[in-house]
Design a protein around this ligand. Structure first.
Ligand code: NAP
Length: 167
């Protein structure tokens, strides 16, 4: 199972203005890239807070929403609320036949998977914008990692940096 952490940030490294704000500032090119990578994998893991910033669940993809209170929510159709650990979640998806999964934020869930050594690749979209924001793509308790640059892609004014995470 390959795990891809996919995120967009500004040129000054901002991932989100604040915890409850939506990623309304990313370009069409970023959204096209997001759709391509998540559709290729078919399964997207995100935190409950990020899920609530979406207008609707991602279509044609399994939306796996991490929450400590899955009983409070209604898992149906392509949305699964779960409190499985990152390791158990990856095994579950592998058993379901997925060969790839995208980890799609937010800060808490990104940090949880990286610290669990469960991120194989990071795809970082650089949005050609600068503004002030409080949220980084990882929290203060992120463990140090080294990455290997794999390749980059360009679309419009966005670049997409693809790194492999050294284990
Ligand atoms: N720029 C980007 O690419 C991008 C992408 C995604 C999100 N974002 C931004 O990221 C921000 C949200 O990040 P966030 O860190 O506040 O929230 P988050 O990671 O989206 O969700 C956090 C929630 O996940 C659940 N959770 C956390 N650890 C868990 C565990 N071990 N087991 C089960 N569930 C667990 C909890 O849900 P419960 O409270 O229900 O228990 C927790 O409140 C937003 O501003 C959003 O716009 C940016």
């Amino acid at each position: 199972m390959k795990t891809i952490l996919l995120a967009v940030q500004t040129v000054n490294g901002i991932f989100s203005v604040d915890r409850n704000s939506i990623t309304s500032w990313s370009s069409k090119e970023d959204k096209v890239y997001y759709k391509r990578i998540t559709k290729e994998s078919g399964a997207v893991i995100m935190g409950r807070i990020t899920f609530e910033t979406l207008k609707e669940p991602l279509r044609d993809r399994l939306n796996i929403v991490m929450t400590r209170n899955p009983e409070k929510y209604d898992s149906k159709g392509n949305v699964l609320f779960t409190d499985m650990s990152p390791k158990d979640l990856i095994s579950y998806l592998s058993d379901k036949g997925f060969g790839e999964v995208v980890i799609s934020g937010g800060q808490t869930v990104n940090t949880l998977f990286l610290n669990s050594n469960l991120v194989d690749e990071i795809h970082l979209s650089i949005e050609p914008k600068i503004f002030y924001g409080k949220i980084n793509m990882f929290s203060e308790n992120v463990r140090e990692k080294s990455l290997t640059f794999e390749r980059c892609e360009k679309s419009g004014n966005n670049i997409f940096l693809i790194y492999e995470v050294k284990k």
